[in-house]
Design a protein around this ligand. Sequence first.
Ligand SMILES: [Zn+2]
Length: 392
Amino acid sequence: MLKHTPYIIKIKRIIAKALFPLLLLAITGAGNDRLTVENINGNNYVSLYEIINKFNIESTFDPVFQKGRLYYKNHYLVYKPDYSVVIIDNSLWASLNPVCRYKSGIYLPEDIAIKLIESFFPEVILTKKNSAFEISTKVKMPEEKEKKYKEESITRDRIGFIIIDPGHGGKDPGAIGKGGIREKDITLQISGQVSQKLQKALSAVKIKETRKSDIFIELAERAEIANRELKKGINGIFVSIHVNASISNKISGFETYYLSQNPTNEEARKTAALENNVIVLEDKKGKKYDDTEYMEALMLTTQIQRESSLLAESVQRALDANIHEFKSKGVHRADFYVLRGALMPAVLVEVGFITNPKEAKYLTRRDYQEKISSAITEGILNFIKKYNKMIE
Ligand SMILES: [Zn+2]
């Protein structure tokens, strides 16, 4: 059965291709074809089902990831119910309102529906009349339209929230040091301090911790906590805090990582392998990133990766300037699972080595933790200053 699927998809595509010009003719010919605008909780929505049918768009839904995809020619859109952001052709689009379930169907916020039609069908024009969009075709050249939207997609939004992610927790203790010191406790303490300091400095910015107690959270869920905060006009940053471990008790120091497909060195690869180990603790239920998921995350990261590297440098520079007890191990690129799903600048700070007896002792001391958390806060604040200048 399975091996026939590609042919079915191909045939569907051919039919869609053949039908589309006819469909457009029908639309323009009739002149009164329309998409109904539904008012849901005071906001305007369009039924996804109606869009798919009217425009012959291919559609799939992944019940495990609760993620839907739409395809037409080389265009695609990825959405997730309850999320205000969608991915259209490599770019993030944010609405003020989330994609929602309503009357046993999926509904797109009006602005996302418009963006979808504009991206997939540059020749189509939607005119709002009463509580519906009338569909017609444009006289303008399609290329002109496409160019305009590519330029528009690079505009960036202000930092409206910061997610502080204390590594590990619950059944996952993380790395364990001499005397039973646990990574999950140190990360929780330092994260709490960082978020308090940030909230003090940035009263208008929402500061959120992925956990505030000793609980287990899946890696994918950590990024989702962050992504759910993304809305039109609001960007965020994601900072995961960890403690490193090594087979050698002589190794010490602090370092900052950002996501990359190609880890900078063997050590970075090992650190990533260590942090990613937690995946085996998570409930399987077929929950793992497949290659398309992986590619999708990577495709998004050109812009995000650049900003992530700036954030990593800023945090590491502040640590370098303030921490002299141990050496700076610099900024590295690595493929951390927890950073992979975040649709915003994201870094992972390894504040020190729990396997180094001297550093482990320091890491449990309140005054040293305060020093570390102040430095991380300073690094984040410096990044935001720089970022805000970039988007001005
Ligand atoms: Zn860790």
